[in-house]
Design a protein around this ligand. Structure first.
Ligand SMILES: [Zn+2]
Length: 64
């Protein structure tokens, strides 16, 4: 096992690149079980952890 890195989708469903300052990280307690959510700061779309398969990016650095 590598170091514990919180993973998140590399892009939102609308193609906006995500990163530490390009998304909001939240927690949806209305789900059972509660799950991680991410919100794109460009279009405010909410992404649920369950909707993404792993592995996804664990490199928040920009390579644009
Ligand atoms: Zn977006």
């Amino acid at each position: 096992m590598g170091p514990l890195v919180e993973r998140f989708p590399s892009h939102c469903p609308r193609g906006h690149r995500l990163g530490a300052r390009r998304m909001l990280v939240g927690w949806d307690n209305r789900c059972d079980p509660p799950q991680r959510i991410w919100i794109c700061m460009r279009c405010s779309i909410v992404m649920h952890h369950r909707d993404y398969t792993w592995p996804l990016t664990d490199h928040p650095s920009d390579r644009a």
